[in-house]
Design a protein around this ligand. Sequence first.
Ligand code: GRF
Length: 209
Amino acid sequence: MQKLRLGVLGSGKGSNFRAIYEAIGVGRLDVEVAVVISDVVGAGILKLAEEAGLPTAILDEPRYKTRLSLEVEEHLVSVLQTAEVDLVVLAGYLRMIKEPLLKAFPRRIINIHPSLLPKFPGLEAWKQALEAGEKTAGCTVHYVDEGMDTGEIIVCAEVSVHPGDTAESLHARIQEAEHRLYPEAIATLTTPQSPIRNPQSYWLAFAFL
Ligand code: GRF
């Protein structure tokens, strides 16, 4: 069976990308990283990818902060298609995904979010959980749709909130959980039955609704 080819998108330090890449290295995850793409020049995730000798690309988007303009998102689609990407993995990518990418990769874009969705979508979710007095926080891997952290949930992991936790200590504990959960979640999508390998099953399910 051919290995799934990942296109990883990130805007930040890339610790989730590193966890995925390390899982591949030790044989826990049988996929290939086809390309790593960032919208931030000098982002940690790009440095990690370059050190690993992986193909990288930068999205030049001076006009908007929270999304890509139509032309740049269309360029992103062509970069992913040229790299023969099967699954788009958002790893700390901070812009909303719009129609060009959603249409080109239907149900083949996933994200990890640092809360137990549907609770606390959006920025600094760990802080939102702490301020709400939650006893349990966590992280969620989900398919991406046009909303903010609203797509169908694939899997989540719980993390206890400790007495005396600060936003930083809770965030660090959630990130540790993310680094275990994301590679495991991607591994579940590599099976022969996975919807990523059988996109027609998704459309068939719709046809029979
Ligand atoms: C993670 O906490 C993830 O949940 C969120 O963005 C953060 C990215 O961190 N979507 P990193 O760049 O992977 O270290």
